[in-house]
Design a protein around this ligand. Structure first.
Ligand code: GTP
Ligand code: MG
Length: 435
């Protein structure tokens, strides 16, 4: 988009610093993908082992001066850190480096800002950006004049990475206005959230599945392969920012709901998790999670850990989960599939792209959907047609009798459908021994 506007891409130098005992994550590979997703061209990489974090310059003054030389040599516009920096450190670094300095969280927020499409996603990103920006306002005020911008964004405002979204208006706003806007955004998002809850409550409760996973593993591709979702797929980090929910008809005719979510990443900014709560709610309220893993990535194992860490942070633990190994069509020289299968023997291998293994995934989902089978006896009135149609759709009716104006039905039903049946308020419901 920016390219077609004739504006050159921002030239970025990437910096990764590790502390003693800390492993280098992946040699800046992921940061490269993030920077490129934000529209930058990576012109140089700078890795540094630190004894300790320098309070003013993070990597130390000498290294900051070396970076300043590289910025000149490579004609760079922006220096992007793989770490999160304090506002003061960014200020001091920008002074020495004479270029814009962006940290890991700001970069991710920026990608979200350019990618948000729906009204809800836009509000969520704006809130996250303002909450991250709020403590940094002093820096923005003092340093806008030294910032080397990337040109014109699609919205027409002067900006570049890290200044898109609400950052564009820094000169006009002050802390009071920011906090007023934060309150407004929270209220608007709460209203959207309430409306969604009402919508969900109004619907007959269907079994809910949520696809979760690291960014770019193939979540949207899987949703498209299973339903007619037509979700946006791209080899880009954070292609999906708004979630989609679709009906998926399982064998035997049962309908379940299946949703796509925003991808996770290591060190996902806390502010983003907070403001995307409504979107991540899909995972929290799901009956089943499909945790999808990209086996073609050498970092698959670490990505599983990061996803589990985010799930823990949003309070989504102890849920039934199917671990799904995707992209098995890609030949891997790293034996990632074998390692993962040893560690997770129940994992299901698929290729969302070619359709390989989707039948196994379907069968595993069907089994989870049904849960253990229960033998029930139910008493209701003939007028409560909802119960009878529910049982016809989701249970196996063994016997049905009419007595004293009541209907007595004996049936076999999946454990997971029992809650839904109870919601329809039968006069009496007894669970007999498991058949
Ligand atoms: N070879 C191969 N590529 C796949 C497969 N599944 C997905 N991809 C590719 O992986 C890239 C990312 O796919 P998406 O479906 O957008 O991934 P996502 O997890 O939704 O990504 P985000 O929304 O960005 O978090 C795309 O280029 C897909 O074509 C697969 O089974 N095999
Ligand atoms: Mg997606």
């Amino acid at each position: 988009m920016r390219e077609t506007l004739g504006v050159r891409k921002e030239r970025a130098i990437l910096v990764g610093a590790t502390l003693p005992g800390q492993r280098d994550y992946d040699g800046l590979k992921e940061l490269t993908a993030l920077a490129e997703s934000a529209g930058a061209v990576v012109v140089d990489r700078f890795q540094q082992k630190l004894h300790k974090i320098h309070p003013a310059f993070y990597i130390g003054k000498g290294k900051a001066e070396q970076l300043a030389d590289r910025v000149k040599r490579f004609n760079a516009d922006v220096v992007i850190f793989d770490n999160d920096l304090l506002p003061r450190q960014i200020r001091e670094l920008e002074e020495v480096i004479k270029a814009k300095v962006i940290d890991h969280s700001e970069l991710i927020l920026d990608i979200f800002a350019t990618g948000a499409k729906t009204a809800q996603a836009k509000l969520q990103v704006e809130l996250a950006q303002l909450e991250y920006t709020y403590p940094r306002l002093a820096r923005m005020w003092g340093h806008l004049d030294t910032v080397v911008g990337g040109g014109v964004t699609a919205a027409g405002a002067v900006g570049g990475i890290g200044t898109r979204g609400p950052g564009e208006m820094q000169l006009e706003i002050d802390r009071r206005l920011v906090s007023k806007r934060i309150t407004e955004l929270k209220r608007d998002l709460e209203n959207i959230d309430k409306r969604k809850v009402r919508e969900i409550e109004g619907r007959i409760h269907l079994f809910k599945i949520c696809i979760v996973g690291y960014t770019n593993v193939g979540k949207s591709t899987l949703l498209n392969a299973l339903t007619d979702a037509d979700a946006y797929v791209e080899d880009r980090l954070f292609a999906t920012l708004d979630t989609r929910t679709r009906k998926w008809r399982l064998e035997g005719g049962a309908d379940v709901l299946i949703s796509d979510t925003v991808g996770f990443i290591r060190n996902l900014p806390h502010q983003l998790i907070e403001s995307f709560k409504a979107t991540l709610e899909e995972a929290i309220t799901a009956d089943l999670l499909i945790h999808i893993v990209d086996v073609s990535s050498p970092d698959a194992l670490k990505q599983i850990e990061s996803v589990n860490a985010v799930l823990l942070e949003i309070g989504c633990t102890g849920k039934q989960t199917l671990l799904v190994l995707n992209k098995v069509d890609v030949v891997s020289t790293l034996n990632t599939i074998e390692t993962l299968q040893t560690l997770y023997p129940d994992a299901i291998c698929i290729s969302a792209k070619t359709g390989l293994g989707l039948n196994n995934l379907h069968d595993a989902v069907l089994q989870k959907y049904k849960g253990g089978l229960l033998h029930i006896k139910i008493t209701t009135t003939p007028k409560n047609g909802k119960i009878q149609s529910f049982l016809r759709a989701y249970a196996t009716i063994i016997d049905q009798q009419y007595s004293d104006g009541c209907v007595l039905i004996e049936a076999r039903i999946g454990q997971n459908q029992l809650t839904d049946l109870k919601r329809l308020k039968p006069d009496r419901l007894d669970v007999l021994d498991t058949p």
